[in-house]
Design a binder for this molecule. Sequence first.
Ligand SMILES: Nc1ncnc2c1ncn2[C@@H]1O[C@H](COP(=O)(O)OP(=O)(O)O)[C@@H](O)[C@H]1O
Ligand SMILES: CC(=O)N[C@@H](CCC(=O)OP(=O)(O)O)C(=O)O
Length: 286
Amino acid sequence: MELSALEKTSILIEALPYIREFYGKTVVIKYGGHAMQSCELKRAVMQDVVLMHLVGMRPVLVHGGGPEITQMMERLGKKPEFIQGQRVTDAETMEIVEMVLVGKINKEIVAEINRLGGRAVGLCGKDGMLIEAEKQSGDVELGFVGQVRRINPGIIETLIAEGYIPVVAPIGVGPEGESYNINADYVAGELAAALKAHKLVLLTDVEGILADKKDPSSLLSAVEVTRVPELIEAGIISGGMIPKVQCCIRALEGGVARTHIIDGRVPHSILLEIFTDKGIGTMVVP
Ligand SMILES: Nc1ncnc2c1ncn2[C@@H]1O[C@H](COP(=O)(O)OP(=O)(O)O)[C@@H](O)[C@H]1O
Ligand SMILES: CC(=O)N[C@@H](CCC(=O)OP(=O)(O)O)C(=O)O
């Protein structure tokens, strides 16, 4: 469908209030591996990020890449294993995780944003000591799975101030310089809190939080933080959705104004979320 010049102009004018609302505001976007399915979708996400930046927002992208890590492990003859949604990460797996996330996916995203006219810089938690981490505590032994000890957002703030779009791979650095594999959702929540972001948007492969996982029409458009424990207890929120809500809660506690879980399979879903009244997906609210 080709739009007329007048239609294009009116779309821009309708976006004005939203551009004004978000001008100069930091928006952290978590781009999950399951929403990286096709080249077209990847490009649409990068276009959204470039456009946000061009109209004066300050997007920061945190990416995952779980399915690609799994594929690479299988190619190298290793069997991926997950406990409570987290990858069991021995030393060899840690090397693979770092190669795939930092060496491959991070650089692909940076190259695509730059090709589209943005100026992206790729980082992992080791750069500027961005993500200080430690071995995850708990009953289960997950090897080099880490938890965030401290975010040092200085390097991100410097890049934003200089007009760059930071792209962050979720690898943390330990006291001895060792690498830790951290779920990208947790990194996004902690980073949004440390940056006092205006908004956190998590892109995933479902419509949002569903009351019935098999029924997309059961989408919960808003979920209050106080309801989350009972939803987890009842098995309504499970698996990969648990880190996502936890990450939203962490961000809200850290002063982030709005947190959203939206469908990354819908082209330009970030723009639909930001530039329309409708709102899509689930908003996690205090
Ligand atoms: N209540 C729920 N509503 C929607 N999805 C849910 C729910 N509970 C668990 N899930 C699962 O969470 C998954 C999203 O998490 P995950 O696979 O880790 O995505 P990503 O790669 O985007 O981080 C969904 O595909 C779905 O299987
Ligand atoms: C500890 C842990 O599980 N880390 C994740 C890191 C990548 C990630 O979070 O990717 P998605 O956002 O695509 O799920 C992993 O190894 O798969």
